[in-house]
Design a protein around this ligand. Structure first.
Ligand code: FE2
Length: 308
């Protein structure tokens, strides 16, 4: 039995289809999806419909779906801010049945396999990414570390091994009754062991931030000896996706956001952290508080960073 594990699609239908085609060609019969299906690229309806239509699938909400209840309100104050333009448009375009499906998804779920093993899936564990506990798993720190040519895959996996031995990780995961634990959110693909549990992040299908282009997902094989993980990266035409996205109303509503996404897709690295750091600095200089940034600050940051 093979199971395809996917996360962080972010409206990228081409990447999702590339990953699903590859997974089926490699014998995947079940699917585990760890959230963040919508926003960013303009195919949120199509991605949602594809996920809804998957046979033998277990899916949970990501933080993007978690924003939906607020964004579905018609009188959000945030709509006046340029930075929320793409979200405004995406929510306007989202079909009610797709919004209903996304809202119906749980925060976490357990996928029972025919072998009797269980795979626990959630988008993320909040405690792993708060209070500075981001040593190994943040796309921001991954980008910073990658400035050093000596930082390669081996160094990254050493960070993952360290992370999986942190007490806040071992204590959290020891409370999860499953043979494997899946979470996404950081857009970095890895797998490792925490005690006897397989722990994995399948990376981002639609918006990889670990320096490697292509649709990331992980193929799990349920063998008599245990669960085995194979990390997959399926090439697709990133530039064609970007050019098509530029024809959309989502793009016209939020060019700066879209250009940040495109730069991340082209480079494979987190473009948001440095951009938001710049916006924060510009806001502070004007005596303004942070998110949401005023349109003045947002567009000035875009201009200075070359996105506007
Ligand atoms: Fe995400």
């Amino acid at each position: 039995m093979r199971i395809a594990v996917l996360a962080d699609i972010h409206g990228n239908l081409t990447a999702l289809n590339a990953a699903l085609d590859d997974a089926r060609a490699n014998g995947a019969e079940r699917f585990i999806l760890a959230g963040d299906y919508i926003f960013d690229l303009p195919w949120s309806n199509e991605v949602t419909e594809t996920v809804r239509g998957l046979e033998n699938a277990v899916a949970v909400q990501g933080n993007k779906e978690g924003y939906l209840p607020g964004f579905l309100a018609q009188d959000r104050d945030e709509w006046v801010y340029d930075q929320f333009g793409p979200m405004y448009q995406t929510v306007r375009e989202l079909k009610p049945e797709n919004a209903g499906y996304l809202l119906s998804l749980p925060q976490s779920a357990a996928a029972a396999l025919p072998s009797g093993r269980t795979v626990y899936v959630t988008h993320w564990f909040p405690g792993f990414l708060s209070g500075g506990k981001t040593e190994a798993i943040s796309s921001r720190l991954f980008r910073e570390a990658s400035q050093n040519p000596a930082f390669g895959r081996r160094a990254f996996l050493r960070r993952i091994d360290d992370f999986l031995q942190k007490s806040y990780v071992t204590e959290t995961l020891s409370g999860v009754d499953a043979g494997a634990v899946v979470f996404g959110h950081t857009h970095l693909q890895w797998h490792g062991l925490c005690g006897d549990k397989l722990v994995l992040n399948p990376g981002s299908c639609g918006q990889a931030l670990d320096g490697v282009n292509g649709a990331a997902y992980t193929l799990l094989t349920d063998t008599p000896d245990g669960l085995q993980a194979e990390e997959r990266r399926v090439p697709y035409d990133v530039e064609a996706v970007i050019q098509e996205a530029k024809q959309s109303e989502v793009y016209r509503r939020g060019r700066v956001w879209a250009e940040l996404i495109f730069a991340a897709m082209r480079s494979g690295f987190d473009t948001f952290a440095p951009f938001f750091a710049l916006a924060e600095k510009l806001a502070n200089e004007r005596g303004q508080s942070g998110v949401p940034y005023s349109n003045e600050v947002w567009n000035l940051a875009a201009h200075e960073a070359g996105y506007g």
